[in-house]
Design a protein around this ligand. Structure first.
Ligand code: TXA
Ligand code: MG
Length: 318
């Protein structure tokens, strides 16, 4: 596996129906040409992704949106004008030319313009958009560094375009406009509060929704291999546990207890953006410590704290 900044090599691979892991501001994506059936098949196969889970189309710029979607409701236009490039994905009625494999047969397509200089240069130089799910195997912790990608795809993937650490750290926020009404399908790096400040009140898809229209919203996802819990009061929770090697994921403090073998603090300043940028890397490290259990602290449930809690909630579901 090549891990480098060689855009020319990435272009050559992508033009030949191969996949390349690409950096974005949120997480690394496993990218392929949206018009190449064999590249799209490889994405599903390599990720072990269920066929019913549609992919996000990544564009070089917002002006290309009209080539992919049939219509742009005015609220979607406002969001894309204000937040692109950035971690916002819009779900809109697709043009017929968008392959059905990308959208898992749905009449809508998910689209975003990622905010990462290397990947924008790549997209600008390609003649086609890229489909890119997060570059992890299905259900596991998302990758925010090239070495996370390597852990999942060493031996099966030819190249990771090395854009360093992802600065936002959790996936894009997905807003759907089915029936022209905005609905947040997945919380993410843009807070609900930011979206509502731009277009007014939006609905949030029920958390326990089993509907596979947004499998990022499946109950269990983003999960470590170690048994993981999410609690409000970490100290009293671990005092009632008998495990000898406990790992902690704390928001802004540390905890000194004999059973704590390893701990991670997301932001000593208590800053949500810093916490979200560190979330997945901390979970990856925790999962590598041979711990008996991992205990995560629930964050204040507002702004990005809500998005982080959403991920932790899914990471801890059986
Ligand atoms: O930040 C991100 O969005 C990252 C980076 C790589 O761009 N990508 C990402 O992709 O998170 P993925 O495949 O892990 O998640 C895509 C989510 C899934 O939950 C999928 O169900 C939903 O988008 N989705 C895609 N197309 C959809 C559609 N037409 N209708 C509803 N949901 C859709
Ligand atoms: Mg994913």
């Amino acid at each position: 596996m090549e891990i480098s900044r060689n855009i020319t090599k990435a272009i050559e691979l992508l033009e030949n129906d191969e996949l390349v892991a690409i950096p974005t501001e949120t997480v690394y994506g496993l990218a392929g040409n949206i018009y190449s059936e064999s590249a799209i098949d490889k994405i599903f196969a390599m990720k072990n992704r269920p066929f019913f889970n549609p992919l996000i189309v990544h564009l070089a710029e917002g002006s290309l949106l009209k080539e992919i979607v049939e219509e742009i409701p005015y609220q979607a236009q406002i969001l894309s004008d204000k937040l692109w490039p950035g971690p916002l994905t819009l779900v809109l009625p697709k043009k017929e030319t968008v392959p059905n494999k990308i959208t898992a047969g749905k009449s809508t397509v998910a689209v975003r313009v990622p905010d990462h200089s290397l990947t924008r240069e790549l997209l600008n130089r390609l003649k086609f958009p890229l489909a890119a799910p997060s570059a992890n195997t299905f259900g596991n912790i998302s990758p925010t560094t090239p070495s996370h990608v390597k852990k999942y795809f060493e031996g099966t993937l030819k190249m990771v375009l090395d854009g360093g650490e992802c600065k936002r750290g959790i996936e894009s926020t997905i807003v759907s406009f089915e029936n022209a009404k905005p609905v947040v399908l997945r919380l993410g790096s843009i807070s609900l509060e930011t979206i509502e400040s731009l277009i007014g009140e939006v609905a949030l898809l029920n958390k326990n929704e089993k509907n596979p229209s947004a499998p990022g919203m499946l109950a269990r996802h983003y999960a470590p291999k170690t048994l993981t819990f999410l609690v409000d009061d970490v100290k009293s929770f671990i005092r009632n546990r008998t495990e000898k090697r406990i790992g902690l994921l704390l928001f802004k403090t540390t905890l000194d207890e004999p059973s704590v073998a390893y701990q991670e603090t997301l932001s000593f300043k208590g800053d949500f953006e810093e916490a979200s940028s560190k979330l997945y890397a901390a979970l990856h490290r925790l999962d590598e410590q041979s711990l008996d259990i991992i205990v995560c602290e629930r964050l204040p449930n507002k702004d990005l704290g809500k998005s982080i809690n959403d991920r932790l909630n899914r990471a801890t579901k059986e």
